[in-house]
Design a protein around this ligand. Structure first.
Ligand code: HEC
Length: 116
């Protein structure tokens, strides 16, 4: 775990939490999101990021895509790249928090925006 680690990663992404979310819950999710962003960059971005006008865009996954989906087994790309030794269940949780609460890019992760 990150306890005792004073080296905080720079917070690059902006987040949007539901307005009714309690402050302490937000604080907790924010920590998860910051870890999740780093992990997303390492484990997901190379396939899922889009290049739009030379800018790297992280598409918006819906809650359904993120929840109703066993990411590890859904396709061979995931089976080869997301097995438990590479991305633990805990790490996948952080990534899901990141993708859930990151500020929307406005580009949905559907159809042609998914890797082929
Ligand atoms: C080696 C490339 C690759 C990597 C790495 C990868 N993915 Fe995928 N991902 C794919 C492909 C290919 C699909 C399937 C697209 C389709 O179904 O048409 C997919 C589909 C998905 C979907 C489902 C979208 C849907 O509508 O069903 C989600 C969610 C997803 N990926 C999340 C992730 C996350 C989170 C990570 C990192 C932990 C990740 N992927 C890493 C290639 C990758």
């Amino acid at each position: 775990m990150m306890e005792g680690n004073t080296q905080k990663p720079p917070q690059k992404a902006e987040y949007e939490f539901p307005p009714f979310m309690e402050e302490y819950v937000k604080t907790d999710f924010l920590k998860q999101c910051i870890k999740g962003e780093v992990l997303y960059d390492l484990s997901c971005g190379k396939c899922h990021n889009l290049k739009i006008k030379k800018k790297t865009v992280i598409p918006d996954f819906t809650t359904e895509q993120l929840q109703g989906y066993d990411m590890r087994l859904a396709n061979t790309e995931h089976q080869n790249n997301l097995n438990g030794t590479q991305v633990t269940t805990e790490e996948l949780g952080y990534i899901i928090s990141f993708l859930t609460y990151k500020k929307k890019s406005g580009i949905p992760a559907t159809g042609d925006n998914l890797p082929h």
